[in-house]
Design a protein around this ligand. Sequence first.
Ligand code: ZN
Length: 402
Amino acid sequence: MKKTARQPKRRFDLLQEDRASSILARDINRDIILELLRLRQPIARVDLAELSGMQRSTVSLIIEQLIEEKWVVEGAMVRTPRGRPPTMLSLNRDLAILVADIRPSQATLAVIDLNGHFLSREVVRLASDPKIGVSRIAEGMLRLRSQHKQGTFEGVGVSLPGRVDPETHQLILAPNLSAKWTKFDIKAALERELDLQVEMDNAANACLLSELWFGGMQNVRNIVVVTISEGVGTGVLTNGQLVTGRRGLAGEFGHIQIDPAGMLCSCGKRGCWETFASSRAALRHHAELLPKNPSENIMDLMNRADEGEPAALKAIARQAKYIGVGLRMITAALSPDAIVFAGDITACWSRVESVIRAEVEEGMLAGSAPELLPIGDGETARLRGAAALVLQRHAGYHRSTA
Ligand SMILES: [Zn+2]
């Protein structure tokens, strides 16, 4: 019986093909094998070779290494009509990753396996003092680890509302956390407490990685993730590459000025896109429209809109219009295939979608507008993305823009 051999595509281009060293080529092959295992497990070596188009000896070498590192386990042999029965391979379910999604007031912690499944989850409150906040995260992670005694922990992934320098691994920009956080070595503190290697990245990049590793966007080469909550963040994949720029600071569309005389932004400048399009901006729009009865928080505002309060509807429409204004910059600058939304805005997507879409279409210079899609559950995406940070370290993916 002939199987349909579909060549897997890589999620990222590590380097231009002609510049790829043999070490990187081996990492790419390993990544492809891991992806096939995740999608097709249990699977035999011979099928991995056929599906990947690699030589059987290459597949065997990679599998040997993955078994030695406990990423892959051998399972039952499967009866075949003739010949030696092949041993089936699966990802090791007992291998797990500790993850944290840090937000301004709280952090969600979880244990995730190699398949992206959640084994447990808990929330810890944070303090404006990062020393206290990070020690609560470490305590929570130690608790989670003690609940999974049978598991082997591969590393720690952290999603943050800010930018992390890829060289120094320090948080260097986080306008929505207190200023102390950018002076605190989060990575060193967690590594000391947990004795595991820690990977950190921006929340929007984490959502992007989650879509690429565990979502349905494995073959899309140009995606922008826009997170709209307390602030506005973006993660950019262009020509198959995650864009980091110098010191990891690329993609701060939220802090591009759209009104020089505008409000003071959390970054210290005036009139940034974020001050018009974030959840905080929606609350301000509402307070301007209904100063005597402002909404308490974004959920309150959305509830009022659901109840038909005119000021709430107007405030959200104004926010949506400004989101569209900013997306015109993004489409003109990057021409993405898709723009994926995460954060508070997804909770009122049906209300804002048409306004945002009309604004983006209006701004197109040529061709059709990109797809606009909400991520169902932003927190899950950020946590899975944090796990992907650890996975890609092992898959040999380097974030430096070589
Ligand atoms: Zn700003």
